[in-house]
Design a protein around this ligand. Structure first.
Ligand code: NAD
Length: 248
């Protein structure tokens, strides 16, 4: 198995893309820290992984709170002794409004989780990975790390920023045996899209040349590749898994 003996941390692992990543990491042999703000979903993810023969532990953390993220990395080391792989996945869509009408609170909430939360993750993960002598980080951005999402300028701004943060980490840690890449999924069929009505969903599907939404498992395969030694010369990059969305 390609992640045998690795210790992996996934934020927002109770649902959707994060859940698929945590399950695939465990299937490939990693010991997985499943973290989420939602305790019920996180614990049920751990049960799923264990009943499939994997190893996982739930640690509750709100990624927008730096103390909780620092404690999450510490809890990972307390449980499994080190940190080899971290996937900063937790994120929200946030308020839908034109930029001029976007509320200040709505803006701040998206920045707190989608950008500050990813920075806190990277900061404490990098510190630990330097102590272990290396590691790999995968940040979940979006196609909106490179193209607009009308009515979601906070989301677009944070995802572009995550791509920038990822490049910076790639540049800074290239000689420290720590790699960091970002992934840009198109629209993926997860509970995040539940807030959309059917008409809006159809319009989104039509923007993907493949004529469908993606599946969480299809994102997880790319994340697994970037988390494993198979991507040993890849850092500071941004990789799309978008059914062709950004090609047209
Ligand atoms: P989801 O809503 O299914 O899952 C997100 C998980 O993150 C939930 O379990 C939620 O409890 C958790 N979470 C939310 N806020 C948190 C916080 N402050 N601290 C800790 N956990 C928190 O969403 P998803 O579609 O799986 O999205 C996961 C990531 O993928 C997000 O970063 C999202 O922006 C990104 N993404 C999603 C899509 C899509 O179409 N679904 C496309 C591109 C990128």
């Amino acid at each position: 198995k390609i992640l045998d003996n690795k210790v992996a941390l996934v934020t927002g692992a109770g649902s959707g893309i994060g859940l698929a990543i945590a399950k695939l990491y465990a299937k490939e042999g990693a010991k997985v820290i499943v973290s989420d703000i939602n305790e019920e979903h996180g614990k049920s993810a751990v049960e799923d992984i264990k009943s499939a023969g994997g190893e996982a532990t739930f640690v509750k953390a709100d990624t927008s709170n730096p103390e909780q993220v620092e404690a999450l990395v510490k809890a990972t080391v307390d449980a499994y002794g080190r940190l080899d792989i971290a996937c900063n996945n937790a994120g929200i869509g946030g308020e839908a409004n034109q930029t001029g009408d976007y509320s200040l609170d709505g803006w701040k909430k998206v920045i707190d989780i989608n950008l500050d939360g990813v920075f806190y993750g990277c900061k404490y993960e990098l510190t630990q990975m330097e102590k272990n002598g290396g590691g790999v980080i995968v940040n979940i951005a979006s196609i909106h790390g490179t193209v607009a999402a009308p009515l979601s300028s906070a989301y677009t701004s944070t995802k572009h920023a995550v791509v920038g943060l990822t490049k910076n980490i790639g540049a800074e840690y290239g000689q420290k045996n720590i790699r960091c890449n970002a992934v840009g999924p198109g629209y993926i069929d997860t509970p995040l899209l539940n807030q959309l009505d059917e008409e809006h969903k159809k319009a989104l599907i039509a923007k993907h040349p493949m004529g469908r939404l993606g599946k969480s498992e299809e994102v997880a395969e790319l994340v697994l590749f970037l988390s494993s030694d198979k991507s040993s010369f890849m850092t500071g990059g941004y990789y799309l898994v978008d059914g062709g969305y950004t090609a047209v």
